[in-house]
Write a protein of this length. Sequence first.
Length: 502
Amino acid sequence: MDSLNSLIDGFGTALTPVNLLWAAVGVLLGTAIGVLPGIGPAMAVALLLPVTYGLEPTGAFIMFAGIYYGAMFGGSTTSILLNTPGESAAVVAAIEGNPMAKAGRGAQALAAAAIGHFSGGMIGTILLVLLAPTVASLAVDIGAPDYFAIMVLAFIAVTSVLGSSRIRGLASLLIGLTIGLVGLDQMTGQQRLTFGSLQLADGIDVVIVAVGLFAIGEALWVAAHLRRSTGKPIPVGRPWLGKEDVRRTWKSWLRGPLIGFPFGAIPAGGAEIPTFLSYVTEKRLSKHRDQFGKGAIEGVAGPESAASASAAGTLVSMLTLGLPTTAVAAVMLAAFQQYGIQPGPLLFEREPDLVWGLIASLFVGMVLLLALNLPLAPLWAKLLRIPRPYLYAGILFFAAVGAYAVGGEAADLVILLAIGLIGFGMRRYGLPVLPAILAVILGPAAEQQLRRALQISDGSATGLVNTPFSVTVYAIVLLILVWPLVGKPVTGLLTRRRAARK
């Protein structure tokens, strides 16, 4: 009840005209910036940090929260329509959203994503209000073996369900892990796969890899086939969700937050892992598995809902522990410190107006986002009416601008092209792109957690399975690996027995 009373007071702060204005400005800026490949929410908040020096803290953080959620939605817009993720959390949206757009259902995919963001954000923020202390205390107890087990689960789950074979999924994963090795060893400072280049010493940014494999690879693939087919505009289709679409997505909208919120609250990859796991879950549970990879709407609704809920989960650790679990949370932590405020267990007591005003503004921001983006879905989808040669020329331009914006280095454009050629080759030989992206995002973190776990156990492999949590996760991994071998014979036997009884 104390939390609910504090939340009501927070709404009194968030619904003042000035703070409503900052929330609207944040949502608009975040959506606009999220649409641009390479400029994700973290960079948006960092760029706008100096602008807020003259604002009072509550208004500044309300605007930051709006930018965070808006940028996550904006990233999924280009991911769905142009196969160009605006940021890493939007990578999964391209898998089913882009085939839907190509089939003339781009507006439906955008609407499913908008409602997914709304439901995920609402449920995630409610859980933030109710469970923040509990989730934060659990996050403190999770160690290196547990983090590594979670990442192994993400690797195995994604490679098992994507592509025409597990071998191809594993090959894609290895490509991504190799790209993730480029740069300096985080523990020893040793250069790896840099070939003496200073530009590669910092590694290859995830956004450049995602844009290269998705956007550049797709553009090259389309260019290679345009000579054989006419580049006709893609139809937009009807701009609303039908009864069948809602029937297929409402459970996905509700399942996403259950995956996204806990992962957002622990430092295990931000929104990336839950979006991947949500996609895997939706594919496993769907009655339309044959449509996955061809434009299954559940594959958009679930991951987008999980991504939005993970953003709320991120604020749990940041506000209650002062522990930033994503780049955005790290920038927001710097903003708190700029105002002389230290997030932690005492923050709710020392700055109740700011904290509860910020949390209440998340609900306001969700409503503003839905009101803004549902009507705009048909308008965004009309981008697909542009003839494909011009459309993909534009994609190449914005991809190059986004890649250059990441580091301001001309060498990034060369790296972007090289990775785009790898993406073209992966499409040519039927390798799924997603495991490679996942490996680039989580590979370095998985390596670091593996080495920490082994250091703690003096090099003993038992250090990887010395907690109940890690043992449980590895049991799930084993089930995923073994089930295709055991499941089909068992299912066949049960089917034959039922037939015999009839």
